[in-house]
Design a protein around this ligand. Structure first.
Ligand SMILES: [Ca+2]
Ligand SMILES: [Ca+2]
Ligand SMILES: [Ca+2]
Length: 335
């Protein structure tokens, strides 16, 4: 590095000095200090070469002056030399400082370059990462939109399914109700069917409309007659219609029927507990008369008219009787 200083053009110096003719000379300082130290010889030679053409015989007297001048020149050169040496030293010092500074600046520059490279790399990585994050963000946004759409569709589907489910539940309930009603109807019809077809007509019984009837061959009191009917799984007959009344009248016997006011006088009730609504009395029955003045049971008197045939009679009288076994009760409302 130290050689570089001599190559710097600014280091060129111009030196002035007199040599009698006040000639101006230029000496380059490129030359080394050693060369300058020998300047005396060099200068002498130059001077000799320079003045040689004018060296005539008449010029001999000026030799002492030349010597004086050479001594002054030498002093000036020495002073210049010293100054130059000092300057050189200062320049060298400046140079060293500058070199040192340059080195430090170079180091800093290198560090900064290195840092800048690292920052550039970091920046590139961050840019790349940002791009990837942006891409990820875009993909996530897209996915989120798709999920939102899916969610909306599913919600809609769920609502439709819920509605369908509710309708089906309602329908199922209605079908269940229908099924139960039909099952009930089927059971009732089955029971009726069994009663009508499977049950053999028992010995001594006859069918009319929807009932079986048993006409006794013996005669008994009203109470004994009823007990006989109960033993047969039936009861004394209950008359529900004109047709039934006519049918019973046509059996042509004096018979007990299932009607009495034994609990409350003049309050007639059938054996199943229902009150009398339509009676088929003949005039002036019921009279609660007779030998006992207490007639609480009812007979069909076959000497009367079909729809005017009832008489109240002492329950202790001995008569035939009619038991009735209904396939079903009229208030069941099946037919
Ligand atoms: Ca009846
Ligand atoms: Ca009575
Ligand atoms: Ca009577």
């Amino acid at each position: 590095m130290s050689e570089a200083i001599y190559a710097v053009p600014d280091m060129t110096k111009k030196v002035k000095f007199n040599r009698g003719e006040i000639k101006e000379r230029i000496v380059d300082i490129y030359v080394s200090a050693d060369t300058l130290r020998d300047g005396e010889t060099s200068t002498t030679r130059e001077e000799t070469a320079d003045t040689a053409p004018n060296n005539g015989p008449g010029d001999q007297h000026s030799d002492s002056n030349v010597s004086k001048n050479s001594s002054a020149e030498r002093d000036q050169l020495q002073t210049s030399y010293n100054n130059l040496t000092k300057e050189r030293y200062q320049l060298q010092t400046s140079y060293n400082n500058l070199t040192k500074e340059r080195y430090q600046l170079e180091t800093k520059y290198n560090n900064l370059t290195k840092e800048r490279y690292q920052l550039q790399t970091s920046y590139n990585n961050l840019t790349k990462e940002r791009y990837q994050l942006q891409t990820s963000y875009n993909n996530l946004t897209k996915e989120r939109d798709q999920l939102q759409t899916s969610y909306n569709n599913l919600t809609k589907e769920r609502y439709q399914l819920q509605t369908s489910y509710n309708n089906l539940t309602k329908e199922r309930y209605q079908l269940e109700t229908k099924y139960n009603n039909l099952t009930k109807e089927k059971d009732q019809l089955q029971t009726r069917y069994n009663n009508l077809t499977n049950e053999r007509c028992p010995e001594g019984w006859q069918k009319f409309e929807s009932s079986w009837y048993f006409l006794s061959t013996e005669t008994k009191t009203w109470k004994e007659s009823r007990e006989d009917c109960l033993e047969r799984g039936a009861d004394l007959v209950i008359i529900n219609s004109d047709k039934e009344q006519e049918f019973l009248f046509n059996l042509n016997k004096r018979v007990w029927i299932g009607l009495t006011d034994s609990v409350n006088e003049k309050t007639w009730k059938w054996v199943d507990g229902t009150p009398l609504t339509t009676g088929y009395w003949y005039y002036p029955q019921p009279d609660n008369a007779g030998p006992t003045q207490n007639e609480d049971c009812v007979e069909i008197h076959n000497d009367q008219l079909p729809l005017n045939a009832w008489n109240d009679l002492s329950c202790d009288s001995q008569l035939n009787w009619i038991c009735e076994k209904a396939f079903y009760h009229h208030h069941d409302n099946i037919l």
